[in-house]
Design a protein around this ligand. Structure first.
Ligand code: 13P
Length: 255
């Protein structure tokens, strides 16, 4: 079986201006400096990206925007592009977070354009998928996640799909304190990997990192991260505290 390096990401959402972001990033840098064999990335607000890039210069922690526009530059008031984020020192980009889908009408079709834009600019995307509580109760998890994958990854080359990261974030577990059980997470992650195997073959599918997101904290991280198809976490609230985030990262290495 392919060994996948765990990937821990901090999504700071709409928190922290430049000075506070730089302080927290520096603190995370210090607390995770001794960790090997883990990928770490921080997604601050767009306003704080350059401050965080500066604070992390020379470290192995990557930075990225929480969403990108598909167009590289132009008359897109209020947008960030992959091209300009790359110029600002980013290496990663979140695409299709459920809060974007919910509050900004983001669709998987538009995410598909954003994924192409990320690759064109040299950013590694994390494409987010996940069902709502109603969809889960209706037994539609695989249909919903499968549709998000089909539309979002449409026409991408196999090697592009192999190189991106997926984040499974059940909407009902985000910011609610509710976490998917390790079994629930593993079940959907295994479904995602089998979907990938059908699309790009089992070998490449075995390389794709799939993060879990939704109320991950130090007290529940080990259980979730020890699941065979869970390759890291996309952490919201708990990532606003350096000690908590570092404690989660530690458990990603030796779950
Ligand atoms: P919480 O960890 O606050 O539930 O947020 C999860 C999330 O949305 C990460 O992208």
């Amino acid at each position: 079986m392919t060994r996948r390096t765990p990937f821990l990401a901090a999504n700071w959402k709409l928190h922290l201006g430049p000075a506070e972001s730089a302080r927290l990033a520096s603190d995370i840098r210090v607390r995770t400096a001794d960790l090997r064999d883990v990928t770490i990335a921080i997604f601050p607000t767009a306003l704080s990206i350059t401050a965080v890039v500066d604070a992390l210069r020379g470290s192995s922690i990557g930075v990225g925007p929480q969403e990108i526009e598909a167009a590289p530059i132009g008359a897109w008031t209020g947008a960030n592009s992959a091209t300009l984020c790359r110029a600002a020192g980013c290496e990663f980009a979140l695409v299709g977070h459920s809060e974007r889908r919910q509050h900004y009408g983001e669709t998987s079709q538009r995410c598909n354009q954003r994924l192409f834009a990320a690759f064109a600019a040299g950013l590694v995307p994390i494409y987010c998928v996940g069902e709502t509580l109603g969809e889960r109760r209706a037994g539609r998890v695989e249909q919903v996640v499968g549709d998000q994958l089909s539309a979002g990854l449409d026409r991408l080359e196999s090697d592009q799909i192999a190189s991106l990261t997926l984040a499974y974030e059940p909407v009902w577990a985000i910011g609610t304190g509710e976490t998917a059980t390790p079994e629930q997470a593993q079940q959907v992650h295994a479904f995602i990997r089998s979907w990938l195997a059908a699309r790009i073959g089992p070998t490449l599918a075995g390389q794709v990192r799939i993060q879990y997101g939704g109320s991950v904290k130090p007290s529940n991280a080990a259980e979730i991260l020890s699941q065979p198809d869970v390759d890291g976490a996309l952490v919201g609230g708990a990532s606003l505290d350096a000690a908590n985030f570092a404690a989660i990262a530690m458990q990603a290495i030796s779950p």
